[in-house]
Design a protein around this ligand. Structure first.
Ligand SMILES: Nc1ncnc2c1ncn2[C@@H]1O[C@H](COP(=O)(O)OP(=O)(O)OP(=O)(O)O)[C@@H](O)[C@H]1O
Length: 241
């Protein structure tokens, strides 16, 4: 069981944002996707979630070609995401943010509220239930966005820079949460992060993009030993990571 890009290209007019990109996320694994600004990471997530149609290549969900499916269909098929900005419904409280999403996914209201409440408890943020989403501190907003993405029990979760703006301690808590999501719930996760230390501590497998192409792919040792990665992205961070 896997969610995969197969030789995907994306062109915006004459600009090629992705060229021949292949990557795969297995159920229960956490795969990292790193690269410098503008490398094409978010475009990969957009393609995997139906927000962007590939210009060439295929998106495969458990072996089925889903390249033409729109975002709402892919979400119902089990592919969930978070965004760089939380994108919560600011006027609703936290429970309703999750419950509305569940209803949108086809759950009955009562069932959706129960699932929302269970999820917030599982994540250790039950006290936030009745707080308005608009007033949440940044880290809580991120956690609620992840909880919302878990509504409907997706098979895959794509996280776009979830640790941006977090302290080291908060990022460590986030790392523990991502491990639990993968191990306890069996969800395949794709993690985009500029915090390379976080990626290397959580991910069994890391894909490195530069200029819209995959320039390296492998485990922590492969990434840390890669000259191409050092030159393209890690630079002075290599030893610290
Ligand atoms: N809708 C679009 N139209 C035109 N160009 C786009 C569009 N979306 C992305 N791009 C360009 O494609 C390239 C890849 O963008 P993308 O956001 O995927 O990179 P990224 O690796 O996620 O960057 P960052 O780390 O800064 O978020 C960038 O040069 C970006 O400007």
């Amino acid at each position: 069981m896997a969610l995969a890009l197969e030789q995907v290209g994306v062109a915006f007019g004459g600009f090629r944002a992705l060229t021949d990109v292949s990557l795969s996320v297995n159920a229960g694994d956490v795969v990292g996707l790193i690269g410098p600004n503008g490398a094409g990471k978010t475009t990969c997530i957009n393609v995997l979630t139906g927000f962007q149609r590939p210009s060439s290549g295929r998106v495969l969900l458990d072996g089925r070609d889903v390249s033409a499916l729109p975002a709402h269909r892919l979400r119902r098929a089990g592919v969930a995401r978070t965004f760089q900005a939380g994108r919560l419904f600011g006027g609703l409280d936290v429970l309703d943010n999750l419950a509305c999403t569940g209803v949108g996914l086809g759950l009955r209201r009562a069932e959706s509220e129960r699932q929302a409440s269970d999820l917030l408890g599982w994540m250790g943020i039950a006290p936030l239930e009745s707080r308005p989403a608009a007033g949440l501190p940044y880290t809580d907003e991120r956690r609620v966005a992840i909880a919302r993405a878990l509504m409907g029990d997706p098979a895959y979760l794509l996280l776009d820079e979830p640790a941006a703006g977090m302290s080291e301690a908060e990022a460590n808590d986030l790392a523990a949460l991502i491990r639990r999501i993968a191990h306890d719930r069996g969800i395949g996760c794709l993690l985009i992060e500029h915090n390379v230390g976080l990626v290397l501590s959580v991910c069994s497998d890391v894909v490195v993009l530069d200029g819209g192409r995959v320039i390296e792919h492998g485990d922590r040792n492969v990434i840390l030993g890669s000259r191409a990665v050092r030159e393209a992205y890690l630079g002075a961070h290599t030893e610290a990571a």
